[in-house]
Ligand binder design. Structure first.
Ligand code: KIV
Length: 268
């Protein structure tokens, strides 16, 4: 059997071969990306890119568990990390532990990711001391979209820069085995990566990080709008549109189903 990568395998990649990561939410896409990725993130971006929500605030634990289970079924060798949704871990260390254990037990995933701040360091330490492998998430935190008034890049002035560095230091000390660094200025991403002992996985955080993650639908080109930090490696929207158009026209002209697609009578 193929052995899955583990949190210590990812931790050991600090400063070495870059960690390749993408988000996935379903089994077939997880299967396609699995041989090419080290870490598959079942991101709470699922709320936006699959369920059509305006942000990640309304994503539930049940949604994350269902998508986590699907990704585990589709993948074989990548470490699968499931995002803890807004409201499932901030109330207390005990709440965080109970919900992280539920996610790990019900999905079989190898780790959880929490959007973190300096204030969350005690929670992360509490989880790690109880054998919950944690990926931290510093810089732009999509779950703070309401409080921040939108999705705003971080570390672009002195105050914000000091805040991102403090968050990263706190997460390193609390025992996270890796950290996502999202939407921060390049020099801050470089400083964080040099400062912390664990790998940094960047999104909108430059090539200075120890790895990269992108939202699958963004990099496949499913949407019209492309954020600055995204590179489109495909044009799924055009491919899908062309296929839907052809299908509609063939159904209307009765060209589909053709002789190859119909059942005849069973031979007697
Ligand atoms: O929700 C998500 O997909 C994420 C990644 C963008 C890092 O947190």
């Amino acid at each position: 059997p193929i052995k899955r990568l583990t949190p210590p395998d990812i931790r050991a990649r600090k400063g070495g071969e870059p960690i390749v990561s993408l988000t996935a939410y379903d089994a077939p896409m997880a299967a396609v990306m699995d041989p090419h990725t080290d870490l598959i993130l079942v991101g709470n971006s699922v709320g936006m890119v699959v369920h059509g929500l305006p942000n990640t605030i309304s994503v539930t634990l049940e949604m994350m568990i269902l998508h986590g289970q699907a990704v585990m079924r589709g993948s074989k060798q990548a470490l699968v990390v499931v995002d803890m949704p807004f409201g499932s871990y901030e109330q207390s260390k005990e709440q965080a532990f109970a919900n992280c254990v539920r996610v790990l037990q019900e999905t079989g995933a190898g780790a959880v990711k929490l959007e973190t701040s300096v204030q969350m360091a005690d929670t992360v330490r509490y989880l790690v001391e109880r054998a919950v492998p944690v990926v931290a998430h510093v810089g732009l935190r999509p779950q703070a979209a309401l409080a921040d008034g939108g999705f705003k890049a971080k570390g672009r002035d002195d105050d914000s820069r000091a805040k991102v560095l403090a968050e990263a230091r706190a997460m390193d000390e609390a025992g996270a085995f890796a950290m996502v660094v999202e939407g921060v200025a390049e020099d801050v991403a470089r400083e964080v990566t040099q400062m912390v002992a664990v790998p940094t996985i960047g999104i909108g955080a430059s090539s200075a990080c120890d790895g990269q993650v992108l939202v699958m639908q963004d990099m496949l080109g499913l949407f019209d709008w492309t954020p600055k930090f995204v590179k489109k490696y495909g044009n799924l929207r055009e491919l899908a549109e062309a296929a839907f158009k052809d299908y509609a026209s063939e159904v209307r002209s009765r060209a589909f189903p053709g002789p190859d697609h119909v059942y005849g009578a069973k031979k007697r």
